[in-house]
Write a protein of this length. Structure first.
Length: 201
């Protein structure tokens, strides 16, 4: 009995050591989080958040807030992995860092596209055809159906956290449904960030 308990304890310690000793620079092409595990945890997050919300917009705001703190950690992790000794000073290079390096770390691929708004200064759009957050949560027709709730608000929060952590504060980052069915993340930067961007060569 004692021998069995000792073996179990040793096995647990060995497993913990392997996790703690694993390199942060591990290949980004091999995700360490199982997709089904993420689906379960994210569905529970949505369910928990829903209990405290009366409107869809409140739920999306809750998801965005949850993602914001994740964004800070993603920035730290990717910056460490990439050995980034420099800091982006202009908006476009920073957004390209988000849609390539950060997107690959999170989703194993680059974002579908990045566009600047032709109508409003300091507004940019990231397009994603099928955000992973939208694959596993169904919205009842009584609440408006699939296009009433965009669970990619969680990803919008992550984007906002990355940008804020890098010194690019935003007025808002929204996850919206585009006319073609894709999700578009609409990013509006603070006036100070826009002014700084015009000054930096």
């Amino acid at each position: 009995m004692s021998h069995s308990k000792t073996s179990s304890t040793s096995s647990a310690k060995s497993s913990s050591s392997r996790i703690l000793d694993s390199s942060l620079t591990k290949s980004r092409t091999h995700p360490v989080v199982n997709l089904s595990a993420f689906a379960f945890l994210f569905a529970e997050l949505v369910k928990h958040s829903q209990h405290h919300c009366k409107k869809i917009t409140d739920l999306e705001r809750k998801l965005e807030q949850a993602g914001h703190s994740v964004g800070y950690r993603v920035l730290e992790l990717v910056a460490f992995r990439e050995r980034r000794g420099r800091r982006d000073k202009k908006i476009i290079p920073m957004l390209q860092f988000v849609t390539t390096n950060c997107w690959k770390t999170l989703f194993g691929k680059e974002a579908d596209s990045l566009q600047a708004s032709a109508e409003e200064d300091g507004q940019y759009m990231i397009f994603e055809a099928e955000p992973v957050t939208n694959k596993f949560v169904s919205v009842p027709s009584s609440l408006g159906g699939a296009r009433s709730l965009n669970c990619a608000s969680y990803i919008a929060g992550i984007i906002g956290g990355i940008l804020t952590g890098a010194g690019f504060t935003t007025e808002s980052v929204q996850a919206l449904f585009a006319e073609d069915g894709r999700t578009v993340f609409v990013i509006k930067f603070d006036a100070d960030v826009i002014a700084r961007d015009k000054l930096v060569l």
